[in-house]
Design a protein around this ligand. Structure first.
Ligand code: SAH
Length: 228
């Protein structure tokens, strides 16, 4: 991948069509509002954050379409709507202080969250994707993300407990170890189920066990075991 340029790349970008400009982001945010995203904090962050710098330059002109895009290694950067929805759900009931994300991928969801919460931790099993995401965090001077190359099913025990945990890859079940790293009252948000039948599920660690709420159908890449 070529160097991705600076945060201010936009109106005069390589495409010359403003496909990666502020206007393109404004249009995306307008569309997210039409599609039911109401949280102004989330919309504001997505209006500012340059999603085109989280994909390969060859795909930059498509970065503000509301669609998932390939990021290599068979993985995808999540669709903006789902990033907005999951972020808004995490902020319901107050801003979580320490958040763990499983599946760094491009780093976009992590960067959105890091703009809204004090401390963001993220784990990725594919080393090359993590390396690229870290470079983006550095370039964009995002200082409150800590990342780790590991199997996210194990969570990040040394940094637990977390106020919220978000999975951006779908397992048939939610790895048990993650509940152990959730603060009492904390929220875990995850796509769950086999390909084609996944549901976004919110789980709350209550006094009498885990309370589960199904939020609707989603489509994510699978949660895989082991490192790559
Ligand atoms: N949040 C990402 C979404 C990337 S797709 C973004 O905004 O771009 C999901 C990611 O989860 C992929 O990068 C995949 O490699 C990773 N993943 C899948 N199983 C994993 C596991 N067990 N541990 C850590 N990461 C995992």
């Amino acid at each position: 991948m070529k160097p991705t340029g600076s945060l201010t790349r936009g109106a005069g970008d390589a495409q010359g069509l403003g496909m990666t400009s502020q206007r393109a982001r404004d249009r995306l945010v307008m569309r997210l509002r039409e599609e039911g995203i109401r949280d102004l904090r989330v919309l504001d962050v997505m209006r500012k954050l340059p999603r085109h710098l989280f994909v390969d330059e060859a795909l930059a002109s498509r970065a503000y379409e509301d669609t998932a895009l390939p990021i290599g290694h068979g993985q995808t950067i999540s669709q903006p709507w789902i990033v907005a929805r999951m972020t808004a759900v995490l902020l319901e009931g107050g801003v979580p202080q320490r958040v763990l994300e499983i599946g760094t991928g491009s780093g976009y969801q992590a960067a959105v969250l890091a703009s809204l919460v004090p401390e963001l931790f993220t784990v990725e099993r594919i080393e090359e994707l993590l390396r690229q995401a870290r470079r983006r965090f550095r370039q964009m001077k995002i200082g409150n993300i800590r990342s780790r190359h590991d199997d996210g099913a194990l969570g990040w025990s040394a940094e637990a407990p977390f106020d919220a945990i978000i999975l951006t890859a779908a397992g048939e079940i939610v790895p048990q170890e993650l509940f152990a790293q959730l603060r009492p009252g904390g929220v875990l948000l995850a796509p769950v189920g086999p390909s084609g039948q996944q549901q976004l599920v919110r789980m709350r660690a209550g006094a009498d066990g885990v309370e589960t709420e199904v939020l609707g159908p989603v489509s994510f890449v699978p949660l895989l075991g082991g490192l790559a």
